[in-house]
Design a protein. Sequence first.
Length: 379
Amino acid sequence: MSARPNTEPALSVRPDDPVRPRAGTAPGRLAWVDVAKGICIILVVMMHSTLGVGEAMGGEGFMHHVVEFAKPFRIPDFFLLSGLFVGRVVDRDWRLFADRRIVHFAYFYLLWMVLQSAVKYGQITDGAGPGAFAAHLAHGLIEPYSTLWFIYLLAVFSVVVKLLRRLPWPLLLIGAALLQLAPVHTGSTLIDEFCDRLVYFVAGYLFAARIFALADWVRARAGLALLGLAAWASIEAFLVFTPTGLTSHPTLASLPVVSLMLGAAGALAIVATAALLTRTGGPVTAALRACGERSIVIYLAFFLPMAALRTALVRSGVIEDIGLVALLVTLTAVVVPLAIERVIRHTPARFLFRRPAAFHLVGEDEARPAPRLAAAPTA
């Protein structure tokens, strides 16, 4: 099977709407994507919550071990999943492409950069006034702000793939892999994360068909898949928790090439895990899928409940166990944004999580593709 991007459209629901419920989703084959996204967003929130709690309480708990285990694949899997669907619009005209892959992410990035910055106004300006705040926002246009760097890079990666899509796919993939292997440490989030993460986005774009086939294979051969996941988890744990004695690469998992392989393997392991969960179903799968369907809602808004509960619990001293505090903060940071979105879904405040029509370059009718004989699997 050749590595070709998936360019077929599927559902009639707008692919860039982060909160509109999907209609007609095929059970299992498509649900695993949302389950995988749900796992990833929880791991991301867990990382920020756990490290913040550890720093505030001056120690580590059991959640730190989970965070460390997930480190090699936590972000790679998110970018791989995002790359799966760029093929649907990469060959369309620039106006539609920009609406789906640039304006969409830019809207949420700019909106939430202002909101997050406003919460930290005093800390950012340090008494220097509105001019310092304006300078801060201007800097955020060229250097991704705080946790929002992921959304910023999704737009950048999409443009890069569109511009380079005519290159032979091995050249595109190898070039992205070499960037990940290169010791790029400029101090710029944009440059450093671009080099470190592009390969996973490109892999999702190039190997979308194979990744969907893997999910189908896993669901058909659950026993073999479980054995494979057990082997992966054992190897992952060994490499993550085995020190090297090197300052630049403290564990085996952080070594060049090894980190790239673990990122790819871990991303595929999450795909397999999500496919298995959709095979069995249950409340855990439903909860993960709900998180995945609104992963951008959680990603945009988790910072405020996370910081609020962490501060309250640390100051109160009611719970002394660092791991338990981190777990409670993580759960709250995931659930509260979903609750907020549900409350404002049909109010004027829905612009926080749904891009208004005024910020679209094309309408639904104009963007709707011509009918096709068959639709490839997408989310």
